[in-house]
Design a protein around this ligand. Structure first.
Ligand SMILES: O=C(O)CCC(=O)C(=O)O
Ligand SMILES: [Fe+2]
Length: 327
């Protein structure tokens, strides 16, 4: 029986790196370089970190969380006005894995998904109209978060020995890098051992920035064990996704993670996936490839990478089903 509240309190064993970014803003070179080193190291070693003093005002985060919670507290009929329709390719909007789980593994969550950035590509018709401040507070958070993304990508570029704006440009820069918001809502689950909030996966994004409502659930795979993320007030969780693993030729790794559910408390998380446009070719930066260090990944567009992962997942499920004699 795994009780996620106990797991979150555990003090033994390795913990997800916690990095205080205040050294970046204090005008002291040594302090700044220390933070830069810590961020690059966490990206190499873990593929995930928790950052503090990232520059987003607390008030913006509280308002974002309140708006998301108010939306999910609405009656189901009202939420379904925004229902997505995966089958017809309409991925924006409200979805529920509880109701339409076809994949075999029970994932216990509802979610809301929409593009957050750049502003010019948003489809405002799908953004919740209730609560009435949803648009304003979500927009304000998105603008602040884009600055954090720029900062972290610059640090990760320098950590690879390339120009500070290299990764951001490679991912589309201010005009084309996409930030997609997914609000995950995990209801209380009467039998938490039989379900997962989200099954183990790596994100396809370059970076994912995650907030949550201080209810534990996120776990990272590290050296053969699941490590439960501590709930740290004010922290933003930063995942390295597949796109950065590819661009960095494997120097940064995309971390395997999953979400647990529990009996006692609803968990909500706000994940923002930062990704290149679909047609963008993803391959290791040429500066990082040499005869002694050949490319570890074949060139694929971001869209092809998504297809590749879906295909692999289907294959793995088919193989597991066959092993269980179900095929
Ligand atoms: O809810 C969480 O903490 C993790 C969610 C997640 O991994 C995802 O949406 O990709
Ligand atoms: Fe994820």
């Amino acid at each position: 029986m795994c009780d996620v509240f106990k797991l979150e309190k555990a003090v033994e064993g390795p913990q997800i790196p916690v990095i205080d970014m205040k050294g970046l803003w204090c005008g002291n070179n040594e302090e700044r370089e220390k933070v830069e080193r810590e961020i690059s190291e966490a990206a190499r070693e873990w593929g995930v970190m928790q950052v503090l003093n990232h520059g987003i005002p607390e008030e913006f985060i509280e308002k974002l969380k309140a708006a998301g919670k108010t939306f999910f507290d609405l009656p189901i009929e009202e939420k379904e006005l925004y229902a997505n329709d995966q089958a017809s390719g309409k991925i924006d909007g409200y979805g529920s894995k509880l109701a339409n789980n076809k994949s075999g593994q029970l994932e216990w969550e509802d979610y809301f998904f929409h593009l957050l950035y750049p502003e010019s590509k948003r489809n405002m018709s799908i953004w919740p109209k209730n609560p009435t401040d949803y648009v304003e507070v979500t927009d304000a958070y998105g603008k602040e978060l884009r600055k954090v993304v720029t900062t972290i990508l610059a640090i990760l570029s320098v950590g690879l020995g390339v120009e500070p704006d290299r990764l951001d440009r490679e991912l589309g820069g201010l005009d084309d890098l996409l930030m997609q918001l997914k609000i995950n809502y995990y209801p209380k689950c009467p039998q938490p051992d039989l379900a997962l909030g989200v099954e183990a996966h790596t994100d396809i994004s370059a970076l994912t920035l995650l907030l949550h409502n201080m209810v534990p659930g996120l776990q990272l795979w590290y050296k053969g064990k699941w490590v439960t993320a501590k709930c740290i007030p004010g922290a933003l969780i930063v995942h390295i996704g597949d796109s950065l693993e590819i661009l960095s030729n494997g120097r940064y790794q995309s971390g395997l993670h999953r979400g647990l559910v529990n009996k006692e408390k609803v968990r909500i998380s706000w994940a923002v996936f930062c990704e290149p446009p679909k047609e963008q070719l993803l391959q290791p930066l040429k500066e990082l490839v040499s005869e002694t260090e050949p490319a570890k990944f074949p060139p694929r567009t971001f869209a092809q990478h998504i297809q590749y992962k879906l295909f692999r997942k289907t294959q793995e499920k088919a193989a597991a089903a066959e092993a269980n004699g179900k095929n």
